[in-house]
Design a protein around this ligand. Structure first.
Ligand code: GLN
Length: 281
């Protein structure tokens, strides 16, 4: 069978089984079997697929049909134009989380800063920021030791291990110094909405009964850790902006709050900025 035919067949099978991005996913799986990049795949479309590779490819497509995400099968995921190693100990980075990175860059560009990425997972956010902000000091914190091992691999892969400090612990507790920019994609899925067939770690998704428990806890911790003039960026789930902005309002009465929508128009990031000089009250 030619590569083109294998690709087309698997695209059709994935699409028939309601895999959202079937054309791309089939391509990623085939490239993984052959260990080739995109350009090479398209140059080789008329080449024959060996029977052994065909068998391996079929098995991977089967796994995908069983619900396993392509990123876990291939152990790769692209985020912010960079290639990250992922495994089932971390959430698979989502394109909408790039909004956190873009917003952080807008805020941090003007001055060297201390940044903390809370719930770093595979380290996608911390590594992306480290590459864009060579002057920044970055803490990447996670409660999961297994996730931090993945983040360490990505720091090495992108040569930022000397500027990203990986810390295990409960959100901001492992850092003592004031932080200029706190950035977090914490678990925010409502307990009742967690799907039983989830391949991703529950600890990275489960936001408690209301979905906002972890985010709320970080907001409270930030009170003693966010530097004067500092900012905090929180990724949130659909419909959670009111609860979180209400909480931030009460915790940081002088803070300026902004809500940013993702490319689908869903309120996705809440930005809190403290003023430089504390107003006497
Ligand atoms: N966006 C993810 C999802 O909908 C949730 C990520 C998270 O809880 N931080 O599956």
């Amino acid at each position: 069978m030619k590569l083109a035919e294998a690709l087309n067949r698997s695209r059709a099978i994935l699409a028939q089984n309601a895999i959202e991005d079937a054309p791309l996913e089939a391509e990623l799986l085939l490239r993984h079997v052959l260990n080739i990049n995109r350009t090479q795949l398209y140059l080789d479309l008329e080449h024959e697929l060996s029977p052994q590779d065909e068998k391996t490819f079929r098995a991977l497509v089967e796994r995908r049909l069983g619900g396993e995400p392509t990123a876990y099968i291939t152990r790769h995921r692209e985020f912010y134009g960079l290639d990250f190693y992922v495994n089932p100990h971390t959430l698979i980075p989502r394109p909408e989380s790039e909004l956190l990175v873009e917003t952080a860059l807008r805020l941090a560009q003007d001055r060297p800063s201390t940044i903390a990425d809370i719930g770093t997972g595979c380290g996608a956010i911390a590594v992306s920021l480290a590459l864009e902000l060579p002057g920044a000091k970055i803490y990447a914190i996670d409660i999961s030791a297994a996730a931090l091992e993945v983040a360490a691999i990505n720091c090495q892969r992108h040569s930022v291990a000397d500027r990203v400090s990986l810390l295990q612990g409960d959100m901001l507790k492992p850092v003592a110094e004031p932080i200029d920019l706190i950035i977090a994609n914490l678990p925010y899925v409502r307990e009742s909405e967690l799907t039983p067939n989830n391949f991703e770690p529950l600890i990275a998704l489960d936001g408690g009964a209301g979905g906002t428990e972890s985010i709320a806890r970080l907001c409270r911790q930030a009170r003693s850790k966010l530097a004067e003039g500092g900012s905090m960026l929180l990724e949130i789930g659909q419909g959670q902006s009111e609860a979180i902005t209400g909480l931030l309002d009460s915790l940081f009465p002088d803070g300026a709050i902004e809500i940013l929508a993702d490319l689908s128009g869903i309120e996705r990031v809440i930005s809190l900025s403290l003023s430089e000089i504390k107003v006497a009250r």
